[in-house]
Write a protein that binds this ligand. Structure first.
Ligand SMILES: [Cu+2]
Length: 386
């Protein structure tokens, strides 16, 4: 059937739009690493990522040589043995041969040698990546729709003493052993400059390692489709010096202080207890929690008891020590170092307007229909959580 010309035109428009759209999306959504490049495994900044990169080069060269040889062979044979214009009935076909042992050994043996060599290199790298030295620092990682939580056991009693979100702080030059888990669906943890990807699977603990050679900020994003805001589930590792790490731990271990009476922040503290503390933990704030059967945190907070288990929302005790909030999407500070009250306020006004969530299905933060007055008080209180 003959195609109408306008169908051709339509198809061209469709292809054009797809290409332009993909380029546009690739451009604007791109998360950049510390060298301004989109997230890539080819810019390693730590031991594990480096060992993967060391594997990429030999594999690339071997594959490249094989590719060139095969292509040259194909092109040569297509041209050399093509059907000539004067061979009208196709009877002048090349001499057919079979059973040349030397050739057959060669094309069986060579790929075997190449694949075994690459296999050995791969297996060695995988085994190396599994090793954890005794002095490694453990961090528990929880994937959650749609943000990451990090837990640190500081005193060695297997109970978390520091719980934080979005930004993982580690000392540079130390082997960090991650125990990756999930609170809901499958996610995947990926900081490409520090190592490859590891899934976070409900009911399982996956061991993984990262190490940063130098202090710096290393970006990553969830790489397993996990629902509505999967693309907005970013993560960040902040590598600091050993001294800075000790100082950070001391600071994180401190509970939040109740603001002085009579201040706007103190009124925000009250609002927080009423509206927010059922989901968000602020260490030091006691909160009476009637245990629910559905989607409730696993801790039963009695009066005066301090539970660190945030269960289903980011622990906010030291919110402002981090860079970004809500899956590492929005800055917590303005360019001049002040608290980003505008975006924190917008978040409290209507969180789903900034990041799609399904709060009616216990996924994400609900719109609590707060008044501007309440929001001002709450932002004043959040600003004290340094
Ligand atoms: Cu995810």
């Amino acid at each position: 059937m003959r195609k109408e010309p306008h169908i051709h035109r339509l198809r061209r428009v469709a292809i054009g739009a797809t290409v332009a759209g993909s380029l546009l999306l690739a451009g604007c959504g791109a998360l950049r690493d510390d060298s301004g490049r989109p997230l890539t495994t080819l810019n390693p900044k730590g031991k594990q990522a480096q060992s993967i990169d060391d594997l990429v080069s030999p594999v690339f060269w071997v594959a490249g040589v094989v590719f060139v040889l095969v292509q040259v062979g194909v092109i040569y044979m297509v041209i050399r043995f093509r059907r000539r214009a004067d061979d009208v009935d196709g009877v002048d076909e090349p001499v057919q041969t079979h059973g040349i042992p030397a050739l057959e050994w060669a094309w069986t043996g060579l790929p075997l040698v190449v694949l075994v060599a690459l296999g050995v290199l791969n297996a060695k790298t995988i085994l190396d990546l599994e090793k954890t030295p005794d002095d490694a620092i453990d961090v528990e990682v929880y994937g959650q729709q749609w943000w990451w939580e990090y837990r640190y056991d500081v005193d060695g009693d297997d109970q978390p003493d520091i719980i934080t979100a979005n930004q993982m702080v580690i000392p540079a030059g130390r082997h960090i052993h991650l125990k990756i888990r999930s609170n809901d669906v499958i996610h995947s943890f990926w900081i490409p400059q520090l190592n490859g990807k590891m899934d976070s699977v409900p009911g399982r603990t996956n061991d993984w390692s990262i190490e940063a050679d130098k202090p710096g900020l290393y970006q990553g994003t969830c790489t397993e489709f996990c629902g509505l805001s999967h693309a907005l589930m970013r993560m960040e590792v902040k590598a600091v010096t050993a001294d800075e790490f000790e100082a950070w731990k001391d600071e994180q271990l401190k509970p939040a202080v109740k603001p002085a009476d009579g201040t706007l922040a103190a009124e925000g503290w009250d609002e927080f207890k009423t509206n927010c503390a059922s989901c968000h933990q602020v260490n030091g704030m006691s909160y009476k929690f009637e245990k629910e059967t559905d989607g409730a945190p696993d801790a039963d907070y009695g009066d005066g008891q301090v539970s660190l288990t945030s269960g289903n929302a980011p622990n906010l005790t030291h919110l402002l020590s981090r860079n970004q909030f809500a899956g590492n999407l929005f800055a917590l500070h303005t360019k001049n170092g002040e608290v980003n009250e505008a975006e924190l306020g917008s978040w409290l006004r209507d969180p789903s307007a900034m990041k799609p969530m399904a709060a009616d299905q216990f996924r994400g933060m609900p719109n609590l229909n707060l008044s501007q007055d309440q929001i001002d008080k709450l932002v004043a209180y959040l600003s004290t959580l340094k």
